[in-house]
Design a protein around this ligand. Structure first.
Ligand code: PSU
Ligand code: MN
Length: 305
């Protein structure tokens, strides 16, 4: 086993028993939602996964270890700590070797999940190609990770802070399939419809698991995006969220926000500008993704590699 990995007792027991495990990221906790709703939501999301017959493994970097599964106290520390570092692929060696507190992005969580032998990972939204990327070159490392690392990522699509069309083009170029659940369209995080279609609609966990197994059995390495729209009664009004996103983007531009600060800046501004209503939608969609991810992990577990 990899010397950097440290499994929680719950996850270690699940591995021994051959139970399905679902990875969860921690940047959504440290940089995606405010305290204390972040910790509360993280616990609720874990419980959704347990109730659906799988075991949650929230991943973070603590004390020079990749912690796979967090104790309550660790989750609390991470959620309450203002100086947890946002850790993507580039940052992993620094945060581990310096013993810093790190919250893993989609990219870093995929790396850690693969090291830990976990095939399914649930999040809210993945990173992507930013609007204006033709001049800023701002393309999330999440997309390269999906190209190379063999983990299925359940999400509610990408926020329209990004260029959704270019994000899908990038994924196509790198051979990353985009599945949708319950509708043909690719969802836009706060809303169910991005105006773009997913590649393949597969509604049942069994079909999704067969697709994913087939890809990996063919030797086609890399991830699969399983896009799951926010439940209709929890979605935001498209007009409202679009104008708020436009304002947040303009402010980021005026304030010269760059690099890894861009996504957290936009997420925080959107929350403020919606008076916190975006947070309720965010929490609802993550919990819904947890249910879909747990069912997928159970189905994949029945089709052992
Ligand atoms: N998108 C969201 N919520 C999030 C993130 C993205 O809707 O919390 C986080 C995820 O951890 C994702 C990261 O991996 O932001 C992407 O950051 P960047 O764009 O800097 O690669
Ligand atoms: Mn970026």
């Amino acid at each position: 086993m990899h010397s950097f990995l440290l499994f929680s007792p719950e996850v270690a027991a699940a591995r021994t028993a051959g139970k399905p495990v679902v990875a969860l990221e921690s940047t959504i906790i440290s940089h995606g939602m405010p305290y204390p709703q972040n910790v509360h939501t993280a616990r609720e999301v874990e419980q959704v996964i347990r109730d659906a017959g799988a075991v949650p493994a929230t991943i973070a970097i603590i004390g020079g270890k990749i912690c796979v599964g967090l104790l309550d106290a660790q989750l609390e520390t991470l959620g309450a700590s203002p100086d947890a570092i946002k850790v993507s692929r580039r940052d992993l060696p620094y945060v581990l070797s310096q013993g810093r507190l790190g919250a893993t992005t989609v990219a870093a969580t995929m790396i850690c999940a693969e090291l830990a032998g976990i095939e399914v990972f649930v999040t809210g939204g993945i990173g992507g190609v930013h609007r204006g990327a033709e001049t800023s070159f701002d393309i999330s490392a999440d997309l390269q990770e999906l190209a190379h690392t063999s983990v299925a990522v359940v999400c509610a699509g990408v926020k329209s802070i990004l260029d959704i069309g270019l994000t899908l083009e990038y994924l196509e170029t790198h051979g990353v399939p985009v599945l949708s659940v319950g509708q043909p369209g690719f969802p836009a995080f706060f809303t169910r419809d991005s105006g773009y279609k997913a590649d393949f609609q597969l509604d049942s966990a069994e079909e999704q698991a067969s697709f994913i197994r087939t890809k990996w059995q063919l030797g086609l390495q890399g991830g699969v995006v399983v896009s799951n729209p926010v439940p209709a009664d929890e979605a935001m009004a498209p007009d409202e969220i679009d104008s708020i996103i436009a304002q947040a983007l303009q402010e980021a531009d005026q304030q010269n926000v760059a690099g890894k600060q861009v996504t957290p800046f936009l997420l925080a501004r959107i929350k403020e500008l919606t008076g916190g209503r975006s947070l309720a939608t965010n929490i609802a969609l993550v919990k819904h993704n947890a249910l879909v991810g747990a069912r997928l992990a159970v189905a994949l577990n029945h089709k052992a590699a």
